[in-house]
Design a protein around this ligand. Structure first.
Ligand code: BV8
Length: 241
């Protein structure tokens, strides 16, 4: 890194940043997709075919998050420090549906795949804060329709949220950092290519092991997020870009 101490930073995070908080990733050996097929629980077709099964899948993960057993970790907190101390804008774009970034204190944050602790009515589109279980028999408080309440989560085949805002930030950033993601899921996995189309942003991968897109990053550091992310932020704040 040189000595630039300005410019905007975009940080993409995935399940790996929450692993040391006690939440499963998706594609690790002990991950979520090793226990259940995404086609059975994370697609609109699955919800039509067997809504109760999809509700069970999300109810279990939402309960874990709402249980109080899961706390933000040092990596989430390091990103809050960067947002507070970096002179340019720092935007966290997370693929995660947990609330650990906001609980750590991140303010400039986009949940591109939605949020566990929100529900949406398929009939009227209203989004509710939601910590309890969802089930097929629930009636929407806003429009009175029953059976239409679903997790406010982006399933496979659905359009991720706030894509225009994300691409504008990618095009304007001086630094793109990818943390804790395997680079398997699009369009997030393609953000590195979007940044490389621009003029000269630095790109860094911070992960436990090389992701699918590892070779496309200028630099990379591998190790557990709670170790390498705070060190990366410390160095960035003291040495600049
Ligand atoms: C869409 C829901 C179109 C919430 C999720 C192009 C090419 C190929 C496929 C496609 C493509 N375009 C679209 C597709 C299809 C599909 C897709 O990408 N499929 C993949 C499987 C091939 N994409 C979609 O369907 C997307 N929609 O494109 O719509 C469209 C266009 C117009 C109009 C309408 C529609 C929607 C994708 C979103 C799906 N929803 N989640 C939920 O249930 O959680 S995705 C799911 O995967 C999660 O959100 C998760 O965050 C995300 C990515 O996974 P990762 O976060 O990377 O987690 P993973 O386990 O894979 O990796 C963890 C990493 O952490 C590992 O590298 C590991 O080494 C590391 N790690 C582990 N421990 C640590 C660590 N790192 C640091 N420290 C540690 N301690």
């Amino acid at each position: 890194m040189g000595e630039r101490r300005d410019g905007n930073i975009v940080i993409l995070t995935g399940a790996g940043i929450s692993k040391e908080s006690g939440l499963d990733t998706f594609r690790d050996a002990d991950g979520i997709w090793a226990k259940v097929r995404l086609e059975d629980v994370a697609t609109p077709e699955a919800f039509i075919r067997d809504p109760a099964r999809v509700h069970d899948f999300y109810n279990g993960r939402r309960q874990r998050l709402a249980s109080g057993e899961v706390e933000p970790n040092a990596a989430h907190l390091a990103l809050v420090r960067l947002e507070a101390e970096w002179p340019g804008e720092v935007l966290v774009v997370t693929q995660n549906v947990d609330n650990l970034h906001e609980r750590a204190g991140s303010r400039n944050l986009i949940h591109m795949h939605g949020e566990h602790l929100k529900a949406r009515c398929d009939a009227c589109g209203v989004i509710f804060a939601w910590e309890a279980d969802l089930s097929v028999g629930l009636v929407c408080d806003s429009c009175g329709t029953s059976g239409g309440l679903r997790p406010h989560v982006v399933w496979f085949g659905e359009m991720p949220l706030e894509m225009e805002r994300i691409y504008a930030a990618l095009d304007a950033c001086a630094l793109f950092v990818s943390i804790g993601t395997s680079g398997n899921v699009h369009p997030a996995a393609g953000f590195i290519e979007q940044v490389r189309l621009g003029d000269g942003a630095q790109t860094v991968e911070l992960n436990l092991e090389p992701s699918e897109g590892a070779s496309r990053f200028h630099t990379a550091e591998y190790g557990p997020a709670t170790k390498i992310v705070p060190a990366f932020v410390e160095r960035l704040l003291s040495e600049g870009l």
